[in-house]
Ligand binder design. Structure first.
Ligand code: GRF
Length: 209
């Protein structure tokens, strides 16, 4: 994506509490979209009734819900999600706690501009239970990874990582909360840099210009 002075258009996808979304909203509100480099133009989810959607509505943003169970196949759901996102003409799509693996059609349209945040230091502990798995393994440090999404599970090129120490007394929820503090600022920082400066993906390396 090339550098350009106009604020980039972001579509953010959520499945839960949406605190990463909120961190983006707060920073854009604080600095202004032009200075930050991006604005959120819509928020999508794979389920109803979540705080992530409520946050978007309170911010006056358009929202959409695309549920797997409303479609006859996973492929049909994936195509519908891709169409719903495309309708908002995003420059970047941000998976901020979106708990679904997208498929071929979505990646054909948004590959190379679909960013995810994962609560572990990839390539360790990919998948839906990154926090629990790091704790169970007995790792001493873990953290979060902001990366581009490819067709694997949490395998795409890494943009940035943040480290969090694991304490003896940690349980999954205490550790996840400390990871999320680091994750929110990392996501805000990374999305802003991608949007303001543009970037290239060279194999596994992401070069921000
Ligand atoms: C984040 O830790 C994200 O990495 C994980 O789910 C959490 C989402 O948190 N996949 P929130 O919905 O942004 O509060």
């Amino acid at each position: 994506m090339a550098a350009n002075p106009v604020a980039k258009r972001l579509v953010v996808l959520v499945s839960g509490s949406g605190t990463n979304l909120q961190a983006l909203l707060d920073e854009i509100e604080r600095t202004g979209a032009e200075e930050y480099g991006a604005r959120i133009v819509a928020v999508g989810a794979d389920r109803d009734g979540i705080e992530g959607l409520a946050r978007a509505e309170r911010a006056g943003l358009p929202t959409f819900v695309c549920r797997v169970k409303d479609h006859t196949s996973r492929e049909e759901w994936d195509a519908a999600l891709a169409a719903a996102v495309a309708a908002h003409e995003p420059d970047l799509v941000i998976s901020a706690g979106f708990m679904k693996i997208v498929g071929k059609e979505f990646l054909a349209r948004f590959g190379g501009r679909f960013v995810n945040t994962h609560p572990a230091l990839l390539p360790s502990f990919p998948g839906a239970h990154g926090v629990r798995d790091a704790l169970a393994y007995g790792a001493k440090v873990t953290g979060c990874t902001v990366h581009f999404v490819d067709d694997g599970v949490d395998t795409g090129p890494i943009i940035a990582q943040g480290v969090v120490e694991i304490r003896d007394e940690d349980d999954e929820s205490a550790l996840h909360e400390r990871i999320k503090e680091v994750e929110r600022s990392l996501l805000v920082e990374v999305v802003g840099r991608l949007a303001r400066h543009g970037y290239r993906i060279e194999g596994r390396k992401v070069v921000i210009q």
